[in-house]
Design a protein around this ligand. Structure first.
Ligand SMILES: NC(=O)c1ccc[n+]([C@@H]2O[C@H](COP(=O)([O-])OP(=O)(O)OC[C@H]3O[C@@H](n4cnc5c(N)ncnc54)[C@H](OP(=O)(O)O)[C@@H]3O)[C@@H](O)[C@H]2O)c1
Length: 256
């Protein structure tokens, strides 16, 4: 499958990995629609990526997802590719006071959001001969990071859901791909984890996206670049060893 002359919808395409996906997919000759919530970032993305279509939409809100489907399908009837990319990762202490609705925001955005998006957009995707769904999970889907507990749970759930979706859509012409990025140099990686990640290297988003596009074009279904594959393999061969490394990473020591 060539990622060329396609019509691609990317949630959370105004920053980080989503924005880089939009940039590279535009350069390859695709029509690209990105979503995000912040109007200034949407406007900045329109300025920086000429030709991109930027639509305000909250990927964790069912009503917004329904409205997005109406708008996008009407404006872009050739839509054949959905990238569920929008995500957030918080450093959460589970013994601290927090409202129940706030506590599970990563689940709404990172797990329920993609499930709702797929359900809403599947009828459109099934009208296309060769459709594609890309769910962006994480290396943390394979080994949880205790400092980001709800995020890790959401990504493990997204991994499980994506595997099931792939089976159920087998033979329908809708291909299902999971992209599990490793630590990548974006706002998400640094914002809430500045201390924990201060000595940690992260992948350049341009490198990650180039690898992801090449892997999709070569037919891969589960893409685990670099350290993500290490996490995956370790989760099978030495799960406790890798979990202990991630426990340590969440407990920064001075001078580390
Ligand atoms: N960076 C990493 O190390 C890493 C590693 C593994 C996996 N990932 C995954 O990669 C994906 C992209 O992350 P990133 O690192 O590129 O993050 P990022 O730079 O923080 O960008 C997140 C994007 O999502 C949008 N967004 C956030 N909440 C949203 C919502 N409710 N509705 C719609 N859009 C929303 C943001 O725009 P607005 O805030 O304006 O809405 C922004 O465009 C996520 O699924 C993340 O979990 C990242």
């Amino acid at each position: 499958m060539k990622l060329k002359n396609r019509t691609v919808l990317i949630t959370g395409g105004t920053s980080g990995i989503g924005r880089e996906l939009a940039r590279q997919l535009l350069a390859l000759g695709n029509t690209v629609i990105v979503t995000g919530r912040d109007p200034q970032r949407l406007e900045q993305t329109r300025r920086d990526l000429p030709g991109v279509h930027a639509v305000a939409s909250d990927a964790s809100d069912p009503a917004a997802i329904r409205a997005l489907r109406e708008e996008v399908v009407a404006r872009f009837p050739a839509l054949d590719t959905l990238v569920n990319n929008a995500g957030m990762m918080r450093n959460l202490k589970l013994d601290q006071e927090r409202s129940l609705s706030d506590l599970t925001r990563e689940v709404e955005l990172g797990l329920q959001g993609p499930i709702w998006m797929v359900q809403q957009f599947l009828p459109q995707l099934r009208t296309q001969a060769h459709a594609l769904i890309v769910n962006v999970s994480s290396g943390l889907a394979f080994v949880p990071f205790p400092a980001a507990p709800v995020y890790s749970a959401a990504k493990a759930g997204l991994h499980a859901y994506t595997r099931c979706l792939r089976v159920q859509l087998g033979g329908t012409g809708v291909r299902v791909v999971e992209l599990a990025p490793p630590g990548t140099e974006t706002a998400l990686f640094r914002a809430e984890f500045a201390r924990e990640m201060q000595n940690e290297k992260a992948m350049d988003p341009a490198v990650l996206v180039k690898r992801a596009i090449a892997a999709i074009e070569s037919g891969a279904t589960e893409i685990r670049p670099g350290p993500s594959n290490l996490l995956y393999v370790a989760s099978r061969l030495a799960p406790n060893f890798m979990f202990k490394q991630l426990i340590k990473l969440g407990q920064p020591r001075t001078g580390r």
